[in-house]
Design a protein around this ligand. Structure first.
Ligand code: NAD
Ligand code: TYD
Length: 348
């Protein structure tokens, strides 16, 4: 079986759902259920005999060692992290704890398990990271390759950069068969509505202002989450231990362009008198706001034959459709009810 950390978050949820639909192999989900972890995301598969859940903090060394001992996964896919840049600016401690110490703890425990098992060839530790570790690009700079120097600018990206370096060191020093992926901005179903796209959908539907930071000309490369999950599967299956793979959507867009596109899709699917565009407001910029991220996807395309299948227009349409069709999920996230789901579910 494989072990996924952070499977109750946005990307982990999509990954586990896709894995169980497409692969014939059990998965154990290790998640502490922070505010970003929603056990309800996977409530419909909780009785699937190929799905196991452990509510464990990756920083808890003995609990992680115990989980590894009981499940003996053939691969660890490490998604768990504190992931929101704005939160990292106001409260950085949790980012260092989970992203750095949590990753260290997992590596340490994974290495112990791998050594105890006689270092099986097929074992993999796949670390899911971000393009933000490379820092900010100018308008005409070439996109990030895997050789781009690390230049993280936010507490979030600095903590992810540190975790990438630990993963690299565990390969170089101890030969642990690691793989690292650095991905661009994801969007799609189950994304917590603090991130740009779901936040704008929800505020728009409520008739609230759509807050665009600064001049709205910061550029991100957008990738539909299902494409990201398939890329991770390809790296797990065919990636070379010790290598890094940049994953992007070939969809560089300014934030203003993203929000304007979103207002058009919303108007098509849920028409509002006067439209949604009039709700856009330019607000105070994020401190240290990176100007541009862009991924050069040549390596993963040439080595693993992976490229994104879902373009931005289609992905946005699917995303808005999902948020419109899953109002209970949204309401329970907004009210905080989702945090009590496990208690209700398992109360005797
Ligand atoms: P998320 O914030 O939606 O989910 C994080 C999950 O990790 C939650 O379920 C949370 O409960 C869990 N978690 C947090 N701290 C934990 C701990 N100490 N122990 C166990 N579980 C813990 O994040 P996401 O958007 O799904 O991102 C997943 C990974 O992908 C992260 O490593 C992130 O850095 C990376 N990434 C995200 C994006 C993006 O656009 N969302 C882009 C590139 C890379
Ligand atoms: P976000 O989804 O927080 O991802 P990241 O900062 O990791 O790229 O934000 C995406 C972009 O949208 C980023 O440039 C900041 C901007 N943004 C806004 O303009 N307004 C908002 O309310 C939010 C949450 C983000």
């Amino acid at each position: 079986m494989i072990l996924v950390t952070g499977g109750c978050g946005f990307i982990g949820t999509n990954f586990i759902r896709l894995w169980l639909a497409e692969k014939n192999e059990p998965v154990v989900n290790v998640d502490a259920l922070t505010y970003a972890g929603n056990a309800e995301n996977l409530s419909d598969i909780q009785d699937n005999p190929d799905y196991y859940f452990e509510q464990v903090d990756i920083c808890d060394a003995s609990a992680i060692a115990d989980v590894l001992k009981r499940y003996r996964p053939r691969a660890i896919l490490h998604f768990a992290a504190e992931s929101h840049v704005d939160r990292s600016i106001t409260s950085p401690e949790a980012f260092l704890q989970t992203n750095v110490m949590g990753t260290f703890n997992l590596l340490h425990s994974a290495l112990a398990m791998w050594n105890t098992q006689g270092q099986p060839d097929g074992f993999r530790f796949l670390h899911v990271s971000t393009d933000e570790v490379y820092g900010s690009l100018g308008k005409r700079d070439p996109a990030f390759t895997e050789q781009h120097r690390y230049q993280p600018n936010s507490p979030y990206s600095a903590s992810k950069a540190a975790s990438d370096h630990l993963v690299r060191a565990w390969h170089h020093t101890y030969d642990l068969p690691v793989l690292t992926t650095n991905c661009s901005n994801n969007y799609g179903p189950y994304q917590f509505p603090e991130k740009l796209i779901p936040l704008m959908i929800e505020r728009g539907l409520s008739g609230e202002s759509l807050p665009v930071y600064g001049d709205g000309n910061n550029v991100r490369d957008w990738l539909y989450v299902e494409d990201h999950c398939h890329a991770i599967m390809a790296v797990l299956e065919k990636g070379t231990p010790g290598e890094t793979y940049n994953i992007g959507g070939n969809e560089e867009r300014t934030n203003l362009d993203v929000v304007e596109n979103l207002t058009n899709v919303l108007q098509m699917m849920k028409p509002r008198e006067g439209g949604y565009r009039e709700l856009i407001r330019f607000v105070k910029d994020r401190p240290g706001h990176d100007r541009r991220y862009a991924i050069n996807p040549t390596h993963i395309r040439d080595q693993l034959n992976w490229y994104p299948q879902i373009d931005f227009c289609e992905g946005l349409r699917r995303t808005v459709d999902w948020y419109l069709s899953n109002r209970t999920w949204v309401d329970r996230v907004k009210s905080g009810e989702y945090r009590h789901w496990l208690d209700h579910q398992y109360r005797s």
